[in-house]
Design a binder for this molecule. Structure first.
Ligand SMILES: CC(C)(COP(=O)(O)OP(=O)(O)OC[C@H]1O[C@@H](n2cnc3c(N)ncnc32)[C@H](O)[C@@H]1OP(=O)(O)O)[C@@H](O)C(=O)NCCC(=O)NCCS
Length: 213
């Protein structure tokens, strides 16, 4: 077994341990997400964890069937899940990409992985600032709609707050209203809309100010 870090973000509330349909996971941290207006979405927010192997691969099956294009980024998890999780932890520590990037997984009370969010700790290159931004998020196709997208972004904003970021930059394709609605639901302020030379489409550029508590 690898030396994957599994320290919890916070301790889970005991009342929710009893409500959960699966054994209390050692990795989980309950963060109530009250931001979705349609239903309150209760999810656990976890660091990538090898204990979530089956749930993560079920998410990949969902992408394979319903949205292979957006599932492609997770395909490496299939061949060696332990190495994949380790790589995400290494990414957070700054050993993988251009900048350190924190990864968090949203897990439903039924134990399904219902969202993924990535938070780049800084965006100091032209490419990151002009094309990518701080935060990216995805919800597997079968779980879209009831508020997990907003919950995923909120989890990312919480991580940004922990990192000391005062505001974050996000991009959404103009033809992806689910994405920019999610940003706007989380307080995003549209700064500009322009054509991306890299992605060859119209994109919207938003800022979200992080509440400092
Ligand atoms: C973008 C994405 C994360 C949204 O996830 P979701 O779980 O459907 O989002 P939510 O249920 O939290 O809804 C968030 C907002 O988007 C709106 N929305 C959701 N699907 C929509 C759609 N197909 N068209 C228009 N608006 C939509 C919701 O109504 C809600 O806005 P509102 O509260 O103002 O009504 C999801 O569609 C996804 O993973 N898409 C593929 C990957 C992607 O585009 N990622 C974002 C780029 S980084």
């Amino acid at each position: 077994m690898s030396s994957v870090q599994t320290a919890p973000i916070q301790r889970m509330k005991p009342t929710l341990v009893r409500r959960a349909a699966y054994p209390p996971p050692r990795w989980a941290a309950f963060q109530p997400c009250t931001y979705a207006k349609r239903i309150p979405v209760d999810v656990f927010v976890s660091k990538p964890d090898v204990a979530l192997h089956d749930a993560f691969l079920q998410m990949l099956d969902d992408y394979d069937v319903h949205d292979p294009e957006n599932g492609g980024d997770y395909a490496a998890a299939r061949s060696d899940f332990v190495a994949y999780v380790q790589r995400l932890h290494d990414d957070e520590r700054g050993f993988v990409g251009l900048v350190p990037c924190s990864h968090r997984w949203l897990v439903s009370l039924q134990g399904a992985v219902v969202g993924v969010v990535r938070v780049r700790h800084k965006i100091h290159t032209d490419f990151l600032a002009n094309e990518v931004g701080h935060i990216g998020y995805d919800v597997p196709p079968s779980h879209r709609g009831p508020g997990f997208g907003v919950a995923a972004l909120k989890a990312g904003l919480e991580r940004a707050r922990e990192l000391g970021l005062e505001r974050v930059l996000l991009y959404a394709d103009t033809d992806n209203p689910a994405s920019w609605h999610t940003i706007e639901r989380c307080g995003g302020v549209l700064e500009a809309e322009r054509y991306s030379q890299h992605y060859h489409c119209l994109v919207r550029r938003y800022w979200i100010t992080i509440p400092q508590t």
